[in-house]
Write a protein that binds this ligand. Structure first.
Ligand code: PLP
Length: 217
């Protein structure tokens, strides 16, 4: 599929949900993709991308930014505290804030540097043992802790379990964000972004549907 086709499907889903066109940000997830596929999407004018690993992003995006100008970059994968400083220098947003220790580190860096990427709290809506994220029962307390630290919370993020219908997970995330007064909802991937938009996603994270299957490496 192409970037244009995905954009068309996003617009249609927004309209079907009675939402204004353009109310969903499309994060093109470029992790592990060959450089020429990423360049092709940049050449079409897209400037919002997602990566899973700090190291991979650091190896790729400084040169691409030199060539293509300002790019909005989102970190989607787990962040180790010892990579947080590097992440501060690369990303406009971090979607994987998932534990008090990381909140503490980010708050310290924000104090020190006077700035901070926008933050999404990752929620493990499916209670999956192998998956990162704050458990639903702990979300309100964790959000309060982050707010007390003056962290710039944009919203909540989840990855729906592969085997499940995604809709109840997106509905749960939307409820949790609303009751915490958070406007952002980072949810929906290649297989379920239209469902996510129906449930109010403000950021969809679409990789393989734009770039093609990831080449395993
Ligand atoms: C890889 C990844 C995506 C994109 O997945 P696709 O199924 O290729 O669209 C979205 N979100 C996160 C957190 C990811 O790791």
């Amino acid at each position: 599929m192409s970037l244009a086709e995905i954009t068309t499907r996003i617009r249609a889903a927004e309209t079907a949900a009675g939402r204004p066109p353009g109310s969903t940000a499309l994060i093109a997830v470029s992790k592990v993709q060959p450089l020429e596929r990423v360049e092709a999407v940049l050449e079409q004018g897209h400037r919002c991308f997602g990566e899973n690993r700090v190291q991979e992003a650091a190896g790729k995006w400084p040169a691409l930014r030199d060539r293509f100008g300002t790019v909005d970059l989102h970190l989607l994968g787990p962040l180790q505290t010892n990579k947080a400083r590097q992440a501060f220098g690369l990303f406009q947003a971090i979607h994987s804030l998932d534990r008090p220790k990381l909140a503490e580190t980010l708050a310290r860096l924000a104090q020190e540097t006077g700035r901070c990427p926008g933050l999404f709290v990752q929620v493990n809506t499916g209670l999956e043992p192998q998956k990162a994220g704050v458990l639903p029962a702990d979300v309100d307390g964790f959000v309060a802790d982050c707010t007390a630290r003056d962290l710039p919370l944009l919203g909540l993020m989840c990855i729906a379990p592969e085997a499940d219908d995604a809709a109840p997970h997106f509905a749960m995330l939307s409820d949790m964000a609303a009751r915490n007064g958070l406007p952002g909802l980072s949810m929906g991937m290649s297989g379920d972004f239209e469902t996510a938009i129906a449930h109010g996603a403000t950021h969809v994270r679409v990789g393989s549907a734009i770039f093609g299957a990831r080449v395993p490496g």
